[in-house]
Ligand binder design. Sequence first.
Ligand code: HEC
Length: 107
Amino acid sequence: MSTSAVWRVLFLFAPLALTAAVVAASYERAHGQQREPDLEMGARLVEARCVFCHQEKSLPDLVDRCSREHGSEYLDEFLKDHHAPDDDARQDIIAYLTCPPHLLPPK
Ligand code: HEC
């Protein structure tokens, strides 16, 4: 293959490769938001961030009452300013605290 033919091939494939990379990156980003909550991580986070002030046993009831009184969106908004500003951690904490006890991972 002559040098100019190589360049032509490169010019043809560069935009394709770039498009593929952009598509892959946005797919990853969209997918990242739908990560499965990690209940074990939630348990550890509650231990580290909440039990200093709340009794762990009373937290699921508090959270439940809170959501019933103010709606399901409220808890997420409340915890953003209440010891769980980071999205992944907050998702894990909420999943853990709202999980039916029989579905929780053994300690
Ligand atoms: C420094 C002490 C402290 C820590 C740490 C703490 N809380 Fe609280 N929390 C409070 C106090 C005090 C209140 C009641 C006053 C208020 O609403 O802010 C409260 C209220 C709440 C409420 C009820 C909100 C409402 O509007 O009814 C929930 C739910 C809650 N906390 C969950 C958590 C979770 C989950 C964590 C861990 C991520 C946590 N808290 C960490 C002190 C704390």
